[in-house]
Design a protein around this ligand. Structure first.
Ligand code: AHR
Length: 504
């Protein structure tokens, strides 16, 4: 039996709701079809946004949405996406399938979407092929209230009031698709570009995000921070609020043959989870370097792209990155979110890639049909952690799963307490072979707590929802809890994600 000790007198960092953030790129059927179908579509919509999708995302409590890329961001020229739609420029989406991008979803549409979702906004701007002026004017267009060329243009385009942009990304993957820059060069560019991201009087200050490393490229982190880190004053050249990290889990560990989303062996299952578990090391090591420059943890590590990346579904456009999502993905999501919660002193935002119809999506669509993936249910279940306070917790004697280089802990957990004193425990059991009993002990008043809510997501490792069978994997009521004198005993089914909430 595993033992979970929760010190409910040791309150740690706040779990930023934005750790449960999402990412939407002009890629495949994410924006077009997935989110936006246009006002004249037969699919029920509000100002062009699919009603079914918006309502599912609100139910999941989406806290923030990143847009327009990804690699697309460093090729995007925002002025092409404003004004009457018939006159908007058409461009080639060179990164993603070479298809025509008609720019019918642009700045106004993004802010309309986020207002329908009630979520924060994260606009990733163009450094790779853009200019300082273009970035600065975009910020002016979005946020300036008074009289100015860009504010006037926004008003001419039908929007009187400015919007709030909560986060601005200064380029995306500038070590790769965003310009193939070297760290010191990018860092100097960051200093220049961020200078002109103005916080106009009376506005909520924009949080500026510097482009961070590709996975384990610690040299990038060190050199970028050495060159441009400065948090002393927002007017300083190197001011930043966040520093990003991108890491994808590739099941077979090989970009040429990533592995199928649904058809895989038990060995590949464990290999995938082990690769996902690498996130713990990445977050720890990048955080240590950040600590050297920023011991007070003023800037956040923003893991603004993560998730599983498999081969595309057979017969679909390879440039569209459309993949199914199984129970394996649910475990990966549950484990990773537990890792982020436990590092919430430094991790202040994370954006799974990508929202709809691309990579590890929470929703898939086919014409007017929509399904929720296993990953969707994990995000909905874990929403109880959003804004909570991390409690100190330690899991003992739960053992490991997987063999040799694929060995990893069997159970992952994180625990938080909300402002009403409700304690949320989320756990994943990564084993395909056995369940696990977890005896939960609370340091204070354990006997006074009882279970007020509990749910589970469990199924075979490759179970997934389809348009014909949309309810195969879902979140269900969980009955495997038993009250004890100092807490609760939880019996985790094999291959499961479980949430148990305790109240006095
Ligand atoms: O999410 C798909 C792509 O992965 C993004 O466009 C890019 O930033 C990353 O390499």
């Amino acid at each position: 039996m595993a033992k979970l000790f929760i010190n409910n007198e040791s309150r740690k960092s706040t779990i930023a709701p934005e750790i449960y953030g999402h990412f939407s790129e002009h890629l495949g059927r994410c924006i077009y079809e997935g989110l936006y179908v246009g006002e004249n579509s037969d699919i029920p919509n509000t100002n062009g946004m699919r009603n079914d999708v918006v309502s599912a995302l609100k139910e999941m409590k989406i806290p923030v949405l990143r847009w327009p890329g990804g690699c697309f961001a460093d090729e995007y020229h925002w002025m092409d996406g404003i004004g009457p739609k018939a006159g908007r420029k058409k461009m080639i989406n060179t990164h993603w399938g070479g298809v025509v991008e008609d720019n019918s979803f642009g700045t106004h549409e993004f802010f309309e979407l986020c207002s329908q979702l009630g979520c924060k906004t994260y606009v990733n701007m163009n450094v790779g092929s853009g200019s300082v002026r273009e970035m600065s004017e975009w910020v002016e267009y979005i946020t300036f209230k008074g009289v100015s060329p860009m504010a006037d243009l926004r008003k001419e385009n039908g929007r009187e009031e400015p919007w709030t942009v909560d986060y601005v990304g200064v380029g995306n993957e500038n070590w790769g698709c965003g310009g193939n820059m070297r760290p010191v060069y990018y860092a100097d560019e960051y200093r220049r570009y961020q200078t002109y991201i103005r916080n106009y009087a009376g506005n909520t200050p924009i949080q500026k995000i510097c482009c961070g490393a590709n996975a384990g490229d610690y040299d990038w982190t060190r050199k970028v921070l050495e060159t441009c880190f400065d948090h002393s004053d927002p007017k300083q050249h190197g001011y930043m609020d966040g520093y990003s990290l991108h890491y994808y889990t590739i099941p077979e560990g090989n970009w040429e043959h990533k592995g199928s989303a649904t058809d895989f062996t038990e060995e590949t299952f464990y290999k995938t989870l082990k690769a996902g578990y690498h996130m713990e090391e990445l977050v720890t090591r990048h955080s240590h370097i950040m600590d050297e420059f920023d011991p007070e943890k003023k800037i956040g590590l923003m893991v603004d792209e993560w998730g599983i990346w498999t081969d595309v579904e057979p017969g679909t456009n390879p440039g569209f990155l459309y993949q199914q999502s199984t129970m394996r993905d649910a475990l990966l999501a549950g484990m990773t979110l537990n890792i982020f919660n436990k590092h919430s002193d430094r991790v202040r935002m994370a954006n799974i890639a990508q929202l709809i119809n691309v990579l590890q999506s929470v929703i898939l669509t086919e014409g007017e049909k929509m399904i929720k993936t296993p990953t969707y249910f994990v995000f909905r279940m874990y929403a109880a952690h959003q804004g909570g306070t991390l409690l100190s917790s330690e899991l003992l004697e739960s053992g490991t799963v997987g063999k040799d280089q694929n060995e990893l802990p069997k159970v992952f957990e994180s625990v938080s307490e909300n402002s009403d004193g409700v304690i949320t425990i989320t756990l994943t059991n990564n084993s395909l072979e056995s369940g696990e009993e977890v005896s939960v002990n609370l340091s204070k008043d354990g006997g006074a707590y009882s279970v007020c809510e509990a749910s589970v997501i469990t199924n075979k490792m490759n179970a997934h929802n389809t348009f014909d069978a949309p309810g195969t994997v879902k979140e269900e009521k969980f009955t495997g809890c038993e009250k004890t004198s100092d807490g609760v005993r939880i019996t985790l089914p094999k291959c499961s994600v479980v949430c148990v909430r305790l109240k006095k």
